[in-house]
Design a protein. Structure first.
Length: 313
């Protein structure tokens, strides 16, 4: 039993499903967990712009190009909401961004895979955004108010992203033999990395128990992964495509799809910085940070001038 009334009030709010707000007292470990998770999430959104941005100049039609531009811009917006949410926890945006650039903070493993064909853009929308929605709809009820509210808007946009991805892959699935082969190749490359997005199995997830007790996470990594598979396999079948998993099968007794073993060695290699694109992604972000220094300097000088003017007035 806690004797600290602030801790007792925090626990009572969590138990009653009330939001914790920025100015409320919160345990330091809760604050740090949120900075870690929301910060990684923000980094994922901005690093996640890179694989698809790779195709903006090569989108096959003007319509596809405008949709893709809008989607990539949306991801930047998601990053901004999420960096703002971390700032409400008392950390500086510059500090956590520097940690990303220094390789001291993670971003989602999925963005360390290359986009080799146009089909990858559709598959990212359909599978990667589809997985993100399953995870993020649950986060709309996270106990920390600023995070949960950011998630509501993000989920609406992710839903558009998922639909545009599915529409794009439907066109390929109904296209020529070459288009169908390109789509199947893309699914083969992105299927397993998408399943890894939900994080390690529950038995190997060091943060889950505490994050679920604090109601930051409402469902476990395995529960969300299963939900994604159950949602997605019927879509895969409707497209007439297959997953690269011979063990994928409907299980009458559980009412869920069974699936094969995930290659967790690959996942941990990617987390250690040894994925196919880790170096390329961080190099792109470091280059953008360096090339944008004049904008930050100009903005600081401008802000200084405005502040000086206001002091005189
Ligand atoms: N990648 O104990 P757990 C998007 C780390 S969606 C990298 O289970 P936790 C939209 C984890 O951080 C993608 N690292 O951890 C988009 C921890 O390491 P740490 C982003 C991963 O936090 C679409 C360690 O493994 N979405 O960007 C991954 O309880 C298309 C042990 O794991 C979010 O971030 C991974 N996949 O659960 C944008 C959602 N999985 O920190 C552009 C919010 C685990 O102790 C284009 N985040 N790790 O050093 C979450 O829901 C959670 O943080 C999990 C992990 C579920 C990712």
């Amino acid at each position: 039993m806690t004797t600290d009334p602030r801790q007792a009030s925090f626990e009572a709010k969590i138990a009653a499903d009330l939001s914790i707000e920025a100015k409320d007292w919160m345990p330091e470990a809760y604050r740090q967990t949120l900075i870690r998770q929301i910060g990684q999430h923000a980094h994922s959104e901005v690093v996640g712009m890179l694989p698809e941005a790779n195709w903006i100049t090569r989108a096959p039609t003007l319509r596809r190009k405008t949709i893709l531009l809008a989607k990539v811009q949306d991801e930047a917006g998601h990053g901004l909401y999420l960096y703002s949410a971390t700032e409400t926890l008392g950390c500086s945006r510059q500090d956590i961004y520097q940690k990303l650039l220094d390789g001291k903070m993670k971003y989602s493993s999925i963005f360390n895979y290359p986009t080799l064909s146009w089909a990858d853009v559709g598959v990212i929308g359909w599978l990667v955004d589809g997985a993100a929605i399953v995870n993020q709809v649950a986060l709309c009820r996270a106990s920390y108010g600023p995070y949960a509210r950011a998630m509501v808007k993000i989920c609406k946009e992710e839903s558009f992203h998922q639909r545009q991805g599915y529409e794009a892959v439907t066109v390929l699935a109904n296209g020529s033999e070459a288009q169908r082969a390109m789509l199947q190749d893309s699914i083969n490359r992105f299927w397993w990395p998408t399943l890894m997005m939900f994080g390690p199995n529950d038995s190997d997830s060091p943060n889950s128990a505490q994050s679920m007790a604090w109601k930051i996470k409402r469902f476990s990594n395995d529960e969300l992964r299963q939900k994604f598979i159950d949602n997605t396999v019927p879509q895969l079948e409707a497209l007439g495509m297959t997953a690269p998993d011979p063990e994928l099968a409907w299980d009458e007794t559980t009412g869920h799809y069974r699936f094969g073993a995930i290659n967790w060695d690959e996942f941990y290699q990617v987390l250690k910085g040894q994925g196919l694109c880790n170096h390329e992604r961080l190099a792109a972000k470091r280059r953008a940070w360096k090339n944008g220094s004049w904008v930050r300097e100009a903005a600081a000088v401008h802000a200084g001038k405005i502040a000086a003017k206001n002091r005189v007035a």
